[in-house]
Design a protein around this ligand. Structure first.
Ligand SMILES: [Mg+2]
Length: 270
């Protein structure tokens, strides 16, 4: 009996001494592990490319229809687009995050945007050039920090995007909520289309997801998607993720991974 007791005690010590380094290693490895499939899909699935084309084809159709429909608004017409993962592809930044295994930092993001090397998303350039040919201006409303303004304009200009200047590129000053900046555009222009990968790119009404992840709010505005609102696919990050993680930013990679799994439908039923 004593032998068995000592054997069990020794075994449990062995297990606990082995499990700690494994756990911490797991935590480190898990920091950006979830981004691998999302980034692969974004970069390597032709379906993603096709979805961008589909979205901008819908945008063109909607723009044509709206330009043909007479209304009383005599202001010049405009299209409002978000920048990141709407007209610029920053997925190489996600690749770097996966390689480094480190959590997102503003410094790392600034290092990437300062390079001004993001490529254009499929179909975005063609759509905005088409809008320009129809006399429609583009305003870029993005939550990039204002310190990134010059490099952002440089990046957009090098790719040939129209209206890439200080008057048309409106970056974040005080708040990430875009209503104020949209209202600024509305003072001088009529907005026909809004394109973005995040619901906050369309209307402040859609920002709050505290009830049912925002599904019912999207349902309420169903008819506007593909018409006034053009949505682009982004599985890598977004405000949707904050609701999944309940804004628990201080969690380590392992805890975040567990929280993500718990939000999967059916995960905890067995
Ligand atoms: Mg975006």
């Amino acid at each position: 009996m004593r032998k068995l007791f000592f054997a069990l005690a020794a075994f449990s010590i062995l297990i606990s001494s082995c499990s700690k380094p494994q756990d911490s290693k797991k935590q480190e490895n898990n920091q950006n592990e979830h981004l691998v499939m999302a980034t692969l899909w974004f970069q390597r699935a032709s379906e993603c490319r096709a979805l961008y084309y589909q979205a901008f084809n819908m945008a063109k159709l909607s723009l044509d229809n709206q330009l043909l429909t007479k209304n009383d608004n005599t202001k010049p017409k405009a299209v409002v687009v978000d920048i990141d993962e709407t007209v610029l592809d920053n997925s190489p930044f996600e690749t770097n995050s996966i390689r480094s295994g480190k959590a997102f930092t503003r410094a790392a993001w600034k290092e990437w945007t300062d390079m001004a090397k993001a490529s254009a998303t499929p179909g975005s350039l063609e759509f905005l050039k088409y809008a320009e040919s129809k006399g429609v201006e583009t305003f870029y409303i993005s939550n990039r920090d204002t310190s990134a303004l010059a490099k952002t304009i440089e990046n957009l200009n090098e790719l040939g995007f129209p209206f890439a200047d200080k008057r048309h590129v409106l970056l974040k000053t005080k708040t990430s909520i875009k209503t104020e900046r949209r209202n600024k555009v509305l003072e001088t222009h009529e907005i026909l289309i809004l394109a973005g990968d995040n619901l906050g790119d369309f209307d402040e009404f859609l920002e709050d997801r505290s009830t049912d992840f925002g599904f019912s709010k999207v349902d309420e505005r169903q008819a506007e998607f593909g018409q006034r609102f053009i949505v682009l696919p982004n599985p890598m990050y977004g405000s949707w993720e904050k609701e999944v993680l309940k804004s628990e930013r201080k969690l380590d990679g392992f805890e975040k991974e567990n929280l993500r799994k718990k939000q999967l439908i059916g995960y905890e039923e067995l």
